[in-house]
Ligand binder design. Structure first.
Ligand SMILES: Cc1cc2nc3c(=O)[nH]c(=O)nc-3n(C[C@H](O)[C@H](O)[C@H](O)COP(=O)(O)O)c2cc1C
Length: 296
């Protein structure tokens, strides 16, 4: 599969269908549906029905991220996705989610300790027609990190977030470690962690740290990042927020909770953010929230 120049990272509850559409409208070259449990997809029809509302054919270069630990459930999920969502372009294996929930099920970051399981999952997915990626974090040692990257070599590309599971999101992402993985890998590596601008991402590629890059948090506070622009000024942020609310109505249901979450992130960098947060936390309806933000 041809690598895209950059990707919007999966952020559970943030990079939903309307947000991915917003990012795509503003230049994101690929997006991904976060955290779809292969166990849920294998065992319950409800998960499939829910997924139908969580994505759409309007999404141009869309992947689905699968989480779990049973290789056959991954294969089953790939088939279900193939039958129901012909527009999905690739599947990603989550080998990095550090939440207790993911660890509890043996998937996510728990896979960083199980190269053989990673190998079996990728092998199982190879029996589907999808291009495959594995999104991993750093393991506690470089040796273990390389062992996971090695176990995933049957995939089409790796996504490496330069932090360990223990770090969650604290400390700086270790781009030296990402580069070491790239140098040991036969398949392309998408680097991820703390990329704050398009120019910075391009520089990392140019300097050989990665073959492409993925942006997470910087994109939820600045959805224009993939165009190389800043949603810096208040008026611009208001415009982007209104665009999001409109897309949320078009590609789902615009909801107070979700729009407030997006507003918190979008306006985060403003000097009087605490006051703003306090005010919008009091909004009782979406109409109230949008009116408050328009008058802000
Ligand atoms: C709120 C939040 C939710 C996330 N959800 C997911 C997820 O569902 N799947 C995943 O692989 N990574 C998830 N991540 C990790 C991001 O995809 C990314 O790897 C990480 O934030 C580092 O990139 P960044 O510095 O550009 O944000 C999440 C991160 C945050 C902050």
């Amino acid at each position: 599969m041809k690598l895209r120049p950059h990707y919007l990272a999966p952020l559970h509850e943030y990079t939903n269908f309307p947000f991915r559409m917003l990012a795509q409208k503003h230049g994101a070259k690929a997006t991904i549906v976060p955290l779809v449990s292969v166990t849920a997809l294998t065992r319950s029809h409800q998960r499939l029905e829910k997924l139908k509302k969580e994505m759409g054919k309007e999404e141009k270069f869309l992947g689905v991220q699968l989480i779990g630990k049973e290789p056959l459930e991954f294969l089953h999920s790939a088939k279900a996705i193939g039958e129901n969502f012909p527009y999905v372009k690739w599947l990603d294996v989550n080998a990095g989610c550090p939440s207790r929930n993911a660890f509890g099920t043996g998937g996510g970051a728990a896979l960083l300790d199980k190269p053989e399981t990673v190998r079996k999952i990728v092998s199982a997915l190879r029996r589907s027609n999808y291009p495959i990626s594995v999104k991993m974090r750093l393991a506690p040692t470089m040796e273990k990190t390389i062992a996971i990257a090695e176990a995933a070599q049957e995939a089409d590309f790796l996504v490496v977030h330069g932090r360990t599971a223990k770090q969650y999101y604290s400390g700086a992402a270790d781009w030296g470690a990402i580069k070491t993985v790239k140098e040991s890998s036969e398949i392309p590596v998408i680097g991820n962690g703390d990329v704050k601008s398009l120019a910075q991402g391009k520089k990392l590629v140019k300097e050989g740290f990665c073959d492409s890059f993925m942006v997470g948090r910087a994109a939820i506070s600045n959805p224009l990042i993939f165009e190389g622009k800043e949603a810096g000024a208040k008026e611009k942020k208001k415009e982007v927020f209104a665009e999001y609310v409109s897309l949320a109505g078009k590609y789902g249901t615009a909801e107070l909770f979700d729009c407030r979450l997006k507003a918190f992130e979008l306006f985060r960098s403003l000097p009087n953010i605490a006051q703003f947060r306090g005010a919008i936390a009091k909004a009782k309806t979406l109409e109230e929230l949008t009116a408050m933000i328009a008058g802000f």
